[in-house]
Design a protein around this ligand. Sequence first.
Ligand code: ATP
Length: 321
Amino acid sequence: MLQQVNGQETSPLSCGNDPLSEDLQVFLGSDFQLAELDDLTKVNPVTPATVLRCLQERYQVDVFYTTAGCTLVALNPFKPVPHLYCPELMRDYHIAPQLQKLKPHIFTVGEQSYRNVKSLLEPVDQSIIVSGESGAGKTWTSRCLMKFYATVANSSASQETHETVERIEKRVLDSNPVMEAFGNACTLRNSNSSRFGKYIQLQLNRAQQMTGASVQTYLLEKTRVAYQAPLERNFHIFYQITKGASSSERLEWHLPEGAAFHWLPNSDRTLEEDCFEVTKDAMLHLGIDHSTQNNIFKILSGLLHLGNIHFDDSEDESQVL
Ligand SMILES: Nc1ncnc2c1ncn2[C@@H]1O[C@H](COP(=O)(O)OP(=O)(O)OP(=O)(O)O)[C@@H](O)[C@H]1O
């Protein structure tokens, strides 16, 4: 977060050599620990500088969630944080008598919405909006929320319904690798950037168990198939098929080992997302059988071959070929 201004190190909260504003100095000089402020509405005065300083202090001690009234501010840790999303913690938030007494977390938001549906006489739909710039952690957060609901919405299931609920949850969670394989790509800002917007609906029955889910997608960046900005990549699925196909699949899809494709830049870079087996398994769980999968992958392979077609400028357009 530190910047260099005229060769001098300066914090983004101060402006060059300008002293910190009086308000900020008073705020920073007060007795309490900034990192312990769980709610940004308690920051006084509320200015970009005080809010950012508070979030920065919290980030430095590995605290990534802060409430701001009814909004949750989530900072991206950019590293695995042990136990931050473990099932035990999900349970703690799920059974907490007073949710607001626990530390701010994405599970607070998830559980509060879950309770809002349950506590009312007539169930009322709840929405959670996850927004932020590219790489902020929206995909991660939505995945966490889906895992949270898959866990808590199963905890009350009886033995008989347990298996059905578990099957539905598996499908809900398996939609992530499939959506990400076909709709995510490595960009300059994020190696697993979603190139589309999505509206995920989770359906619960009266007993609060998950009965289904649907995903609506918006504005998929289709042009990426034929054009990738320098140092960026095409959608993950293309790299998955070219790297992960078996020898018989290669023969059938006309994808010889090591073949070069114009539409697959930076394929020497191997990413965690290049895992073809995970995508195929998830597709199977979603009900996309082997033969349909085979057809899909053949079409993708055909697209890659189309990208290798080179058109020469015709010298004489009237020439009959
Ligand atoms: N809570 C988290 N804990 C650990 N790492 C995280 C967390 N959130 C995000 N990350 C890391 O940051 C990367 C970018 O996050 P993510 O893909 O969720 O961003 P995004 O907001 O969905 O971006 P885009 O709009 O480009 O799709 C992730 O691949 C992951 O490595």
